[in-house]
Design a binder for this molecule. Structure first.
Ligand code: ATP
Length: 268
């Protein structure tokens, strides 16, 4: 049994209404998508804008309700879990969003942002929470001196590190990373990507890694799911997708990579 087993996931969104308020059409954002993710593994979901990647990630965590399909996490069906049980299950599966400026509350100090999940989910006292926050900020490489700062005082890269620390607070088994470096300066992308890879190895995390850029995933992914127009085009190991893509669409994505991937940071 895999940590995450997704079968036949499907989602349509209404595209608009006419003057009478009736729906005029539907976007088939995700069509019949199936895949598995093992504990400690990184599966990259790639494809051009609008392919349905983010919607898949959000449906796995039930931030978006699916129309049909199943999502089994650690042997339990996420899509039918009652609210209290879903809250419990979410301890084990967290998310990192593309833009840390909008995923972190600007009125919350770094300390409060990092410990909030502990307040919601545990009965840890204030001192223990602070110790955990210090430990986590150390782990993500920005240090406890940032605990008293507000988001506006941090750079995008530092903020994404705080968001990563927050995602780690409850020791999840899996993190859905939704374009986690796309909003960052090019100069810090590799650092944050390497941090995510190092944390994955150290903590045995599984990542569902949504990314439109095939050049980025070689450093972190084990397997790749290529999506187009809501459906799965092909799936394989990173090595197979890079060297022996079966589909023209995958070849087009590979041809769009502008510079060679820096081999020094490749996943071992
Ligand atoms: N809440 C929503 N309401 C209406 N349509 C939506 C909604 N969310 C997504 N869509 C549509 O579903 C399709 C898939 O979107 P999704 O964001 O999952 O794609 P993506 O591959 O992640 O692309 P991107 O990298 O641009 O975010 C798109 O056509 C998008 O416009």
């Amino acid at each position: 049994m895999s940590l995450l087993e997704v079968a036949n996931l499907t989602k349509s969104f209404p595209t608009g209404r006419n003057l009478l308020g009736r729906r005029t059409g539907w976007t088939h954002a995700v069509r019949d998508v199936s895949f598995t993710l093992d504990a400690g593994e990184c599966l990259a979901v790639v494809g051009e804008s609008g392919a349905g990647k983010s919607t898949v990630g959000r449906m796995v965590l039930r931030l978006v309700e699916s129309d049909s399909g199943t999502v089994m996490f650690d042997g339990e069906d996420v899509l039918v879990a009652k609210p209290a049980r879903l809250r419990e299950m979410r301890r084990g599966m967290q998310m990192i969003f593309q833009d840390p400026h909008s995923s972190l509350d600007p009125r919350m100090m770094v300390l409060d942002a990092v410990v909030e999940p502990l307040i919601v989910h545990t009965d840890m006292d204030r001192q223990a929470r602070r110790r955990r926050a210090e430990e986590l900020l150390d782990k993500v490489g920005i240090g406890a001196r940032y605990l008293g700062r507000y988001p506006a005082e941090l750079s995008g890269g530092q903020l994404q590190r705080v968001a990563i620390a927050r995602a780690l607070t409850l020791q999840p088994k899996m993190i859905v990373c939704d374009e986690p470096v796309a909003a960052l300066d090019v100069s810090v992308r590799a650092q944050v990507l390497n941090l995510l890879r190092d944390l994955q190895e150290e903590l045995g995390l599984a990542y569902l890694f949504v990314c439109h850029d095939l050049a980025l995933i070689e450093v972190i992914a084990d397997r790749v799911l290529v999506m187009k127009s809501g459906g799965v085009v092909e799936a394989g190991t990173v090595e197979q997708i890079y060297t022996r893509p079966r589909e023209d669409y995958t070849r087009e994505l590979l041809d769009a990579i502008p510079v060679p991937v820096p081999r020094a940071t490749r996943k071992a």
